[in-house]
Design a protein around this ligand. Sequence first.
Ligand code: AP5
Length: 215
Amino acid sequence: MRIVMLGAPGSGKGTQAQRIQKDHGLVQISTGDLLRRAVADKTPLGEKAKKAMDLGNLVSDDIVLGMIKERIAQPDAERGFILDGFPRNLSQANSLDALLAELTLTLDRVVLMDVDFDVLMKRLTGRRTCSTTGAVLNVYFSPPAELEACRKAGGELLQRKDDNEVTIRNRLQVYERDTAPLVDHYTQKGLLATVPATAEVDVVYARLKSALGLT
Ligand code: AP5
């Protein structure tokens, strides 16, 4: 299966894509994660992307498309993948269509993770990543046992640089302006399924699997 996950910052794309990857073997391809790794490794691409990311703006299409092309070509993507955070605008969506056509592949489903707007700020300001396990947690919503498990594993709870209120506000505006139009784009193609995603993680996961026809 080849899936695109759409949704505002904080709508749970990464959380749910990780679970699908673990349970169903589809590879999560997150452009945000790929870009953050390039920034951390101080690669030339990372140096170019850093400024836009720190401000919560989109990185240029050519950088992101190059990364996606390279990642989709890797052997583990042959079984299928979930694109998390890509495409982010109409131009990227058209480039994705062209790339898949070139590879004689098609998209099976596009899911929109639909979350009440006022929940997003709390989810994003509360997000932490465990430095040892890589688990994505939340100081407001994760069960205390999960937060404690990170500390017991010798990990620290790290906060993303762009998870501050000013940058989050810009990311949400960029989503509304550039990414939300993709909902119509994929509806017209008959590919869109909307997943109500304000509920608890397990409930959302069950809804997502049902939207994807996974058991
Ligand atoms: P990216 O990393 O893609 O960030 P984003 O789209 O802003 O999405 P997030 O990762 O913030 O949210 P998410 O939906 O994955 O939520 P999560 O599961 O973590 O992009 C970062 C930057 O990179 C962009 O601003 C841009 O600069 C650049 N970029 C990336 N892709 C690009 C592209 N294609 N083109 C150009 N530039 C690009 O959950 C959030 C929190 O909520 C967590 O703490 C989690 O534990 C919690 N949570 C999740 N689900 C629930 C639930 N059901 N109940 C309670 N809490 C929950």
